[in-house]
Design a protein around this ligand. Structure first.
Ligand code: MF3
Ligand code: CO
Length: 256
């Protein structure tokens, strides 16, 4: 079911979004060589719980972390571990959200660990730009296919692989609601966007092939060719005009 949020619900989504963004940035600030992915996960959990929320990854389908933390060729759903130590030149995706007062936020960002290769920098830049380009299409009257077509075009034109198996999604009382928001598609096709819908747009982009592999831990999704992947996500509200980014800084309003 696609849910359309009331003004009161939207205000709660803003609060959950701001908490999610705060947690993501708090962990992001600690990304540096020598830290474990478990350390970053602990920061996320502490940030969210100390502010009255619950990390919505924790226990989701049995997921053991408060954030999904994915390094280099890992695309999504990396399990935080004290044995996984970040080193100079790695890239690391932190994907996390909070439930607060019954509503959810969800956001992700790929961070550089110290100095990274030009390949890595380009991949991160294009993936983030694809997300912000796609937001321009997230307006009432458009369809989810317009969002997907934008991400696909933006990334494939630049030679990158766009994964098909995982998508963005609606969000609200549930972390994952309808509609599905693929990173590929055809303009003018799919579910029509209406004001009050809240969705997560989350390009998952590979340096090489779009094909994926699932690790035997049952969670981690990696690139089939072992090349790098990047992933950026924001929760947005569909309005009559430009979409409103809900996962943003509570004070400055910035979502970058
Ligand atoms: N936050 C992820 C998303 O973008 C969902 C992670 S579910 C988990 O949809 F179980 F892996 F945590
Ligand atoms: Co999501």
């Amino acid at each position: 079911m696609i849910t359309v949020k009331s003004e009161k619900e939207i205000e709660l989504m803003r609060k959950a979004g701001q908490l999610s963004f705060g947690a993501l940035m708090a962990a992001g600030r600690e990304v540096k060589p020598g830290v474990s992915t478990k350390y970053l996960d602990d920061i996320v959990r502490q940030y969210i719980e100390s502010r009255g929320g619950t990390p919505n990854c924790l226990g989701y389908g049995g997921f053991p972390g408060s954030a999904c933390i994915s390094v280099n060729e890992e695309i999504i759903h990396g399990i935080p571990s004290e044995n996984r130590i970040l080193k100079e030149g790695d890239i690391v995706t932190i994907d996390t959200g909070a439930t607060l007062d019954g509503f959810n936020g969800d956001n992700a960002e790929t961070f550089a660990v110290g100095e990274v290769s030009k390949n890595a920098r380009d991949l991160m830049k294009v993936t983030k730009a694809a997300l912000f380009e796609a937001m321009e299409f997230a307006v009432a009257g458009n369809r989810v296919g317009d969002i997907g077509a934008c991400v696909q075009r933006y990334c494939e034109l630049r030679g990158y692989g766009v994964i098909r198996e995982y998508c963005g999604h609606g969000i609200g009382k549930e972390l994952h609601e309808e509609p599905s928001v693929p990173n590929y598609g055809r303009e003018g096709h799919g579910v029509r966007l209406v004001p009050g819908m809240t969705i997560c747009i989350e390009p998952m982009i590979n340096e090489g092939t779009r094909h994926i592999k699932q690790l035997s831990d049952g969670w981690t999704v990696v690139t089939a060719d072992g090349k790098l992947a990047a992933h950026f996500e924001r929760t947005v509200l569909i309005t009559g005009g430009k979409c409103e980014i809900l996962t943003r800084d509570a004070v400055t309003g910035s979502a970058e």
